[in-house]
Design a protein around this ligand. Structure first.
Ligand code: OAD
Length: 258
């Protein structure tokens, strides 16, 4: 049973969706929290508990891609708590509800900061992964992406079958530029949005946090779904204060009513 205030914000959000012709979403770690993947920041966040990772990964990759791949493979074999959680995770009700919003024609595109691939698994088709995808590798020369399991790791670093460039895991590391194709798509989507939905992100990492602001400056109303206050809350037109796996499906339910 929803409390009355939550119910009201969900109905306000549904009304905005009904008026919208091109809604775009930005999602973050909170969307996958109920799949058992810890967030980065806030209560229980991996960085809150263990500190932020060292920022030398990108430098190491640039200096010695072979050494970087060796470390990465060892880490994968040994497994960290975070990567083990992603390996185990399956989509939750929020991922499926996001896909349903797209299938209903209510949501045109999702920009996700998540690297866990769960929105694709849940059935979303129009997704831009601004921080990459953990299950993929990317060519540093031509930008082509490969399923990680399809690349030959017998010789390190692996090379692109198309252009011979060096491959890296697709996940964007600290200091690494956001891949140009993803960034351009995000700007295109933010520019087109007439409604912007922000789900499960603290909205403190740029350029991702810029897209809802861009859309808002162009007149798009902003809906925030997050149990906690965020850097965007003051600007949001509707704030749905609840966990994504409850509130996104509830929004879908309201939009199914003719
Ligand atoms: P954060 O860990 O910064 O924020 C997670 C947000 O999810 C917080 O605002 C929580 O309140 C919210 N949250 C927690 N549980 C939730 C739930 N059940 N439903 C909805 N929201 C919930 O994660 P991001 O904002 O995604 O980049 O972090 C952005 C980027 O920071 C990440 O993509 C990562 C890091 O740098 C890279 O690794 C490249």
């Amino acid at each position: 049973m929803m409390d009355a205030a939550l119910d009201k914000t969900l109905r306000d959000a549904a009304a905005l969706f009904r008026r919208s012709r091109y809604a775009v979403a930005l999602t973050g770690a909170g969307l996958s929290a109920e799949s058992g993947i810890p967030t980065y920041r806030g209560t229980g966040g991996v960085w809150t508990r263990f500190g932020e990772p060292t920022i030398d990964g990108w430098d190491l990759f640039c200096q010695d891609p072979e050494a970087w791949w060796k470390l990465s493979i060892e880490h994968r074999v040994g497994g960290s708590e975070f990567s083990a959680a992603i390996d185990r995770a399956v989509p939750n009700a929020a991922h499926y509800a996001m896909a349903e919003l797209e299938q209903m024609g209510r949501l045109a595109h999702v920009i996700t900061q998540n690297i866990d691939n769960l929105q694709n698994v849940a059935g979303s088709r129009h997704v831009t992964e601004i921080h990459g995808n953990r299950a993929k590798a990317r060519c540093m020369s031509c930008g082509l992406r490969y399923r990680l399991e399809s690349i030959d790791l017998a010789t390190l670093p692996p090379h692109c079958a198309e252009c011979g460039g060096v491959l890296k895991n697709d996940v964007v590391m600290f200091g690494e530029p956001i891949p140009a194709d993803a960034l351009e798509e995000c700007y295109r989507q933010a520019f087109r949005a007439d409604l912007f939905l922000v789900v499960g992100t603290s909205a403190v990492v740029y350029p991702a946090a810029e897209f809802p602001l861009m859309a808002k400056r162009r007149g798009a109303p902003l809906i925030e779904i997050n149990p906690e206050e965020t850097a965007l809350s003051d600007l949001a037109d509707v704030i749905i204060r609840g966990p994504a796996a409850v509130t996104v499906p509830a929004l879908v339910e309201l939009l199914l009513i003719p």
